[in-house]
Design a protein around this ligand. Structure first.
Ligand code: DAK
Length: 258
């Protein structure tokens, strides 16, 4: 395991595993940690050998939110002048597939970080919530928006307006997480899912992700046109030729990301 202090980075074949590492504050997302996360993702984006990313915390906490101690005395002007606001959007639109492996607390910004990933694998001990209302604010990094899109209005309203926490099982029933696994194996489950995604031709994976995110952002006809364009574009890739040829020749395709 290498990397800097607040984010531990490990490479496993074509996967990058990033672990939030600020245990004394339950991985509260302070600026220093977010800087390191952003830098790690920037490096991963440029590394063609990495095809999917798993973001995890510890068994006790994925992340207990943004660091309240860095925000408590701020004015709205200071908050909105934060030069790093764009990194949350950047994470949501990261071009390679991202999977959050969540155990323990995923609250506030921690829940938003998980929601910004493409999929969520939770341990049985995971606890999700948007408790911002309990401290006088609302989710500010996509919580109201992504929860409404993922769960629908009524459910998002309840979670955001009460600040209530939900268990992994309830989160699964709500459609907030993809799968739930025992604490001992949730990380392996997340890595397995990431491996499955990483084995796909990367240009197609990127196009699929782009299309799904775009669909959440625009009307139906725009989304369908965009999907069709992305579909067509893949016919200029070697991977499409290889994938279809391999099918016809009854052999396993070898994808090169070109
Ligand atoms: N910030 C700072 N420190 C935190 C923290 C947080 N969110 N959560 C926990 N800690 C610290 C605690 O202060 C404590 O530190 P010491 O007192 O030992 O120095 C240590 O972690 C252990 O926590 P506890 O002693 O409280 O542990 P417990 O097991 O008793 O309780 C808990 C665990 C997770 C239930 C509790 O710590 C808790 O309620 N934490 C706060 C949860 C919360 O309210 N989270 C939402 C924060 S607001 C945005 C980006 C992001 C955001 C907004 C905008 N933009 C880009 C615009 C996000 C906002 C938020 O997340």
């Amino acid at each position: 395991m290498g990397g800097s202090e607040l984010i531990l980075q490990e490479t496993r074949g074509s996967l990058a595993l990033l672990r939030l590492n600020r245990p004394q504050a339950l991985n509260a997302l302070n600026h220093a940690l977010m800087d390191e996360l952003e830098n790690a993702l920037d490096r991963i984006e440029k590394d063609a050998a990495i095809r999917a990313v798993v973001i995890a915390g510890s068994e006790r906490a994925f992340a207990a939110g943004a660091d309240i101690k860095e925000m408590d005395s701020k004015t709205s002007e200071q908050m909105s002048a934060d030069p790093h606001l764009g990194r949350w959007d950047k994470l949501g639109a990261f071009p390679k597939p991202t999977i959050a492996a969540v155990s323990g607390f995923a609250l506030g910004g921690g829940c938003e970080l998980a929601l910004a990933c493409d999929m969520i694998v939770a341990s049985e001990s995971a606890v999700f919530g948007q408790p911002e209302i309990l401290i006088g604010v609302i989710p500010g990094a996509g919580g109201t928006v992504r929860l409404a899109k993922a769960l629908g209005k009524q459910r998002a309203m309840e979670l955001v307006l009460t600040g209530r926490r939900v268990t992994a099982r309830e989160a699964a029933a709500l459609g907030l997480v993809n799968r739930v696994a025992p604490v001992e194996s949730y990380l392996d489950e997340a890595l397995k899912l990431a491996e499955q995604v990483a084995a796909q031709p990367p240009l197609a994976a990127r196009a699929a992700k782009t299309s799904i995110l775009h669909a959440l952002d625009v009307g139906l006809s725009d989304a369908l046109s965009a999907e069709r364009r992305l579909f067509w574009e893949l016919f200029d890739t070697e991977d499409q030729k290889e994938g279809m040829k391999a099918f016809v020749e009854k052999r396993k395709a070898v994808f090169r990301g070109r």
